[in-house]
Design a protein around this ligand. Structure first.
Ligand code: ATP
Length: 296
């Protein structure tokens, strides 16, 4: 997450994420699933600006850069507004804010667009409203907003996340990776993706993948990419199967779905190759495709 001050406004680049590994370890009594996942922040991002209001009002103005008819939720339906209200309530501040959100991360895609925007709001408003909250306080508010929000609040480039995703262990060595990321025309809600998933009877460990990626051994790492939710997603949405087939037809090292889908990615040897594959797939009619790199 990049934060920049410009006059009275705070500008934030809120990155999307990819899950390079996702194992469902169990179903919990609270309805959530117990996970082990490797998340990496990528260069695809939403942009948000935050300017203080003279009243306690929270105003959100959305500008879609999605290139599709999908409507970005406004008002309390948007996680940015929910994050701002939660922060107001928790801190007791009567300061308000005008927020602009330029939405580029496709929604219901497993790229955590809503979660990263919520994290951006928590981090930026803590600063704009001069609240001085401790990191643990921000992380606890993040967990109330969604399972992936804490990863972005920590502002680490890559992490192994456990629990329902909120227990974060930073990968403390750099992972410099390139991907082509694509999404079919339709999305899939996270709840739907998890509802039908199977708990692994012989769970795999994320460790071998992390070690291989740190060492830059992409070919060997490609055999360790894994997503427990992919099989369900392909059954619920044949467009995911089609997209994986198309990615596998390209010179990618390996491909997989991210999160609960429906976006999928191909791991590429170089940023240049990722760009070339993205252009080719766009030309062949894939509805949304881009080339990205790992990023904090
Ligand atoms: P995850 O990977 O965390 O499961 P996702 O990428 O599948 O999430 P999101 O893009 O976060 O899904 O959006 C899920 C739903 O959340 C959307 O369909 C939308 O209705 C709602 N939503 C609320 N606020 C936002 C926001 N700021 N950006 C995107 N979606 C939002």
């Amino acid at each position: 997450m990049l934060i920049r001050q410009d006059g009275t406004a705070l500008w934030v680049h809120a990155p999307a994420k990819l899950n390079l590994f996702l194992e469902v370890l169990g179903k919990r009594a609270d309805g959530f699933h117990e996970l082990e996942t490797l998340m990496v922040a990528i260069s695809l991002h939403d942009t948000l600006s935050f300017t203080e209001e003279p009243t306690p009002a929270i105003r959100l103005h959305c500008h879609s850069r999605l290139g599709s008819a999908e409507a970005v939720p406004t008002g309390d339906g948007n996680l940015v507004v929910r994050a701002a209200k939660l922060l107001q309530q928790y801190s007791g501040t009567s300061r308000g804010v005008s927020i602009h959100l330029w939405k580029r991360i496709p929604m219901a895609a497993g790229l955590a667009g809503g979660s990263t925007d919520a994290a951006a709001a928590l981090v930026a408003l803590d600063r704009l409203w001069e609240l001085g909250l401790a990191p643990e306080e921000l992380l606890s508010l993040a967990a109330q907003l969604g399972s992936d929000v804490a990863f972005f609040v920590r502002r680490v480039p890559a992490a192994i996340c456990r629990g329902r995703g909120e227990k974060i262990q930073e990968v403390d060595r750099p992972l410099e990776l390139s991907f082509v990321v694509a999404r079919p025309a339709s999305g899939l809600s996270t709840a739907e993706g998890f509802r039908h998933c199977r708990v692994s009877s012989r769970p795999r460990s994320v460790r071998p993948l992390v070690e291989l990626l740190i060492d830059g051994r992409l070919k060997a790492a490609s055999r360790c990419l894994h997503n427990s939710l992919q099989e369900t997603a392909t059954q619920l949405n044949p467009e995911v199967t089609d997209l994986i087939t198309r990615l596998d037809g390209q010179p990618v090292v390996a491909s997989a779905m991210t999160g609960s889908g429906t976006a999928c990615f191909g791991l590429c040897g170089t940023p240049r190759l990722a760009g070339r594959i993205a252009r080719g797939l766009r030309g062949s009619g894939v509805p949304w495709v881009t080339a990205v790199q790992t990023r904090a």
